[in-house]
Design a protein around this ligand. Structure first.
Ligand SMILES: [Zn+2]
Length: 371
């Protein structure tokens, strides 16, 4: 079988959402540079992401929305009507020079990935994972919804057992909206409880058999491992998915400024390692992640995990210098040495909150009732 492939693009290096936006930080470029510095990204495994054409995007998005998005990029501004209907030109989804081309590149990457894994294999598109995009409007920093487009493409291949697993700190409301009641797509989402977008409650099954597990504030590696081993893995093992799409948002770690979860990157890497053998086809996407050092380290470790590379305790100087060159407008502007010297965080194990145990128990009981 082909080795895993990495889909990237230089467009992520040359654009941001604006200096004051949480996505002003480099993320995909850091992963590319770090993985190259580690010798983990030979050119044979790297694919330059194509940009999705409008026709491909209207597989989920409305033509009016795509036209409005392109027009906003072309003119550099939006009308009050466009802002009201399509939520463009807002604080979370601002007008910026690549506001169509950049998300269309992420979407093109995820669509290409579904072709690449049609006969099996694993593909990583860290620029993807924009799970809040809605059919007719932008939301939550997402302009397009590449996970939805990828899942629809996998359905179009004739697959009937597809798992979408989302471990971002925020609920995947756009994906949930697209596949409400769709029995061929099993959605499993862990996300911080009582956080925007405030969907994905424990009892929300998205019209079918979706699993939503809200994680209490402060959930650590031990709590996540319990969710992984007692809910996610048994469900996936029973399902025997033909394809897994994993949204691996990096914002559930303790250092992230936009959530109050307390995972270490070991939690994400363990999820990748344990999900990979469960399906012949795997597409791993990025997602949230707003601390530049944490995102770069976590997502580089995802690529190492997919390839079975050993992650050294101390980074070689070339890789260190990639992390040392990053700056941040938030505090701390410069991180502790551990975020520059290593990829792996210290594990954050500890007590598991009673309400998380109760939620996992509820989901286990629900699964047992289906068997
Ligand atoms: Zn998020």
């Amino acid at each position: 079988m082909q080795p895993p492939r990495f889909i990237g693009s230089e467009i992520y290096r040359g654009s941001s959402y604006g200096a004051r936006h949480p996505l002003s930080i480099p993320r995909v470029p850091t992963v590319i540079d770090l993985c190259r510095a580690m010798g983990w990204l030979p050119s044979a495994q790297y694919i330059n992401s194509p940009r999705a054409k409008s026709d491909a995007l209207t597989g989920w998005h409305t033509q009016a929305y795509i036209a409005a998005l392109k027009e906003a990029e072309r003119t550099g501004h939006v009308t009050p009507e466009t802002r009201a209907r399509h939520h463009l030109g807002t604080l979370s989804n601002p007008v910026f020079p690549e506001m169509f081309r950049r998300p269309a590149t992420a979407a093109g990457g995820s669509l290409l990935a579904t072709d690449l894994i049609a006969e099996g294999g694993a593909v990583y598109n860290p620029g993807g994972g924009t799970h809040h995009g809605m059919a007719d409007h932008a939301a939550g920093f997402c302009y397009l919804n590449d996970p939805v487009l990828a899942l629809k493409a996998l359905l179009a291949q004739g697959l009937t057992r597809i798992a979408y697993v989302d471990i971002d700190a925020h609920h995947c409301d756009g994906v949930a909206a697209a596949f409400h009641g769709e029995e061929r797509v099993l959605m499993i989402s862990t996300h911080e409880a009582r956080r925007w977008p405030f969907t994905g409650a424990l009892d929300d099954r998205a019209g079918g058999h979706a699993i939503n597990l809200p994680l209490p504030r402060g959930t650590n590696d031990s709590g996540f491992a319990m969710a992984l081993h007692e809910v996610m893995l048994p469900k996936l093992q029973a399902m025997r998915p033909e394809a897994v799409v994993l949204q691996c948002g990096a914002d559930a770690v303790a250092e992230d400024p936009l959530s109050r979860l307390a995972l270490s990157n070991n939690a994400h890497w363990q999820a990748v390692a344990l999900l990979q053998p469960l399906s012949p086809r795997l597409l791993v996407l990025g997602g949230g992640g707003y601390n530049p050092w944490m995102v770069g380290r976590l997502w580089s470790g995802v690529w190492a995990t997919l390839n079975g590379y050993e992650i050294p305790d101390r980074l070689p100087e070339r890789a260190r210098s990639v992390l040392a060159a990053l700056t941040w407008t938030r505090r701390p502007a410069f991180p502790p040495d551990a975020l520059i010297d290593t990829l792996r965080d210290a594990p954050r194990e500890g007590a598991i909150a009673d309400d998380l145990r109760a939620a996992i128990h509820t989901l286990r009981a629900r699964q047992a009732a289906w068997v």
